[in-house]
Design a binder for this molecule. Structure first.
Ligand SMILES: Cc1cc2nc3c(=O)[nH]c(=O)nc-3n(C[C@H](O)[C@H](O)[C@H](O)COP(=O)(O)O)c2cc1C
Length: 453
């Protein structure tokens, strides 16, 4: 049997070969590396040493260079729920101050190209001025000339939407030079920008989507982007939110050292399902376009999940900020082991396998009448949680101190399965299969009995 290291993880994305589908998301540092090209190069190469299949530059803007003699600035904050654990993190920044200067960005691409292996392409993440297709294309052409293998249009950076005047700009469509999601949530403008960049460059162009463009609008958007000639879509950038206030301190900010609670991106684990929404629905409705998954992926298993929903490549952002570069090595190792265990010889063997199961709710077979809740008496502790909610069929046998299900009333909703802290409930074959009409009649009959004085 081939060793784990021999498993072929290589993939062709947007027509470009990569040694692994696990890569580095675009990340603009809130600290000096974004103004120090050598440092930024070294940081990105650490990910390559850990096995990344590709690297991204942080976003580089065409016109508004980082203000001279000013440090990049921003702030991070933990997002967590007592007893439920870490949900992700908040991060806020002044977007002009974290962008890379154009000259620095071009030097970064050049430096990375010289030092990355041939099968580790460099993706330039760029932000052109406003919604001007020509100027975006000029900007993209500079990165092609600098050696970028792939160009990703960052029309989803949430930070410009946190600046003064953002609401007005979005409504009037008179966008600032630094537009980010203000552009990306207006699909017709993004499609025009994409078409011009495709026309004027020879490298694959893709678009990074914002989670603010929800379903089903994102599918129509994906169709327009594909028609404009884009070779890939990356989903998702960070969603915008407002951090909770300090309820024990008069509603002040919980950001360390900030006397402000800026409208800010909240990223990490809680957003994974938004990423899957994009990947899964685009795979279902626009199957021809390559997809990169990012957003809430923080465990090696998440890479496989995203690929099964249709992603070709996957990238870590807050996952590596919080767990370190080695997360990339762990993900590659996991992929190799997983493929061996499951008998897959290439990524193609399992990519998109989950897409066949994504469907509108009215096409689903709910198993009504054939399945019912089954309590495993050896695991049930009689805590009664399954009886203290929306359920009609579960009750507590006080003598036996066990939950019991009245199968005649069971609507097969699996709430009990979902909430049981002991994992004591499952759905299994009903003792006596019933028709939907029989369940309906039993519930009506039970209601009548309950109403009797
Ligand atoms: C500090 C930081 C800087 C980021 N900078 C960029 C950027 O320059 N361009 C971009 O497209 N996305 C940028 N992102 C967004 C990430 O690439 C990613 O889409 C987002 O964080 C969601 O992934 P996550 O939930 O794994 O963090 C940045 C994220 C962070 C945390």
């Amino acid at each position: 049997m081939a060793s784990r290291e021999d498993v072929d993880l290589s993939v062709e994305f947007a027509g470009v070969r990569m040694r692994s589908p696990v890569g580095v998301a675009a990340q603009a540092p809130f600290a000096p590396p974004s103004i120090a090209v050598d440092k930024m190069t070294e940081l990105l190469l650490k990910h390559v040493e850990e096995g990344a299949g590709y690297v991204h530059t942080p976003y580089i803007n065409a016109e508004l260079a980082h203000p001279p003699n000013k440090l990049p600035t921003g702030r991070f904050m933990k997002a967590e729920v007592k007893r439920f654990g870490r949900q992700g993190m908040w991060c806020t920044a002044e977007s002009y101050r974290i962008e890379m200067r154009l000259d620095a960005g071009l030097r970064l691409v050049d430096a990375l190209k010289k030092r990355c292996p041939d099968d580790v392409p460099v993706i330039a993440n760029i932000m052109g001025p406003g919604a001007e297709p020509d100027a975006w294309a000029d900007h993209a052409a500079k990165f092609e000339a600098a050696g970028a293998d792939i160009i990703e249009l960052d029309v989803s950076c949430p930070l410009p939407a946190t600046a003064l005047g953002a609401v007005e700009a979005y409504i009037t469509e008179e966008l600032p030079e630094h537009a980010g999601v203000l552009l990306g949530d207006i699909p017709k403008l993004t499609a025009a920008v994409t078409a011009e960049c495709v026309k004027r460059t020879g490298v694959p162009i893709g678009v990074k989507f914002s989670p603010e463009t929800g379903f089903p609008r994102l599918v129509a958007f994906a169709e327009q982007i594909e028609a404009a000639g884009a070779k890939f879509i990356t989903s998702i950038n960070a969603p915008l939110s407002v951090a909770p206030p300090d309820i024990y301190n008069g509603g002040k900010s919980l950001y360390a050292g900030l006397d402000a609670n800026p409208i800010s991106p909240a990223l990490g684990p809680w957003t994974r399902y938004l990423c899957y929404r994009n990947i899964g629905t685009i795979a279902l409705f626009v199957p021809g376009i390559d997809q990169a998954a990012v957003g809430g992926l923080v465990e090696p298993e998440h890479v496989v999940e995203a690929m099964m929903l249709g992603a070709k490549i996957c990238e870590f952002s807050s996952g590596t900020l919080w767990k370190g570069w080695s997360l990339i090595r762990q993900a590659n190792a996991f992929l190799g082991k997983y493929m061996q265990q499951q008998g897959y010889s290439s990524l193609d063997d399992f990519r998109s396998l989950g897409v066949q199961y994504i469907m509108p709710a009215d096409l689903v077979d709910w198993g009504l009448g054939r399945l019912a809740a089954k309590v495993d008496d050896s695991k049930c502790t009689g805590c009664g949680i399954c009886c203290h909610n929306l359920c009609w069929a579960m009750s507590l046998d006080k003598e036996a101190e066990l939950a019991v299900c009245d199968e005649d009333l069971c609507g097969t909703c699996a709430l009990c399965v979902t909430i049981c802290p002991e994992g004591a409930v499952s759905l299994g074959a009903a003792k006596k299969p019933r028709t939907e009409e029989e369940i309906y009649a039993a519930v009506a009959d039970d209601e009548e009995k309950r109403l009797q004085p």
